[in-house]
Design a protein around this ligand. Structure first.
Ligand code: HEC
Length: 100
């Protein structure tokens, strides 16, 4: 219990949280445009399908989910993107990434 409290406190300090929640009809693409595109744009406008360049070990649904739901110092967390909506968003992100 103490450990859980410390971990939650750390996340509260580390990342701000966004209330954004996808509508029931939202696709991975609409979620991305509504919640992510303000910060994540293609690095090269002539290659619009590549938004992320992910480390090979991070190019998976588990990592994207962790990043979106947990946030980081620089990125807000999105606790209301869950379940099938989170899976659709991960698929969209992975389809718009190169792994290296
Ligand atoms: C307010 C700006 C902001 C928003 C909104 C935002 N991000 Fe981020 N995101 C960042 C920053 C800055 C980083 C790089 C620093 C880091 O990894 O924390 C990042 C990193 C990431 C990474 C890791 C990339 C890597 O190289 O490992 C992924 C994946 C990601 N974001 C996905 C998303 C998704 C999906 C959304 C929408 C739900 C989103 N982000 C919304 C700012 C944002």
């Amino acid at each position: 219990m103490i450990k859980f409290t410390l971990v939650s406190t750390f996340f509260l300090l580390a990342a701000c949280s966004r209330d954004y929640a996808p509508t029931s009809s939202a696709t991975g693409e609409t979620i991305f445009k509504e919640a992510c595109a303000e910060c994540h744009q293609p690095k090269d406008p002539t290659i619009p399908q590549v938004v992320f360049s992910l480390n090979e070990k991070n190019a998976n649904e588990r990592y994207i989910t962790h990043k979106v739901q947990g946030g980081s110092l620089m990125m807000p967390k999105f606790p209301n993107i869950t379940g099938s909506k989170m899976r659709s968003l991960s698929t969209y992100v992975l389809n718009h990434s190169v792994a290296q």
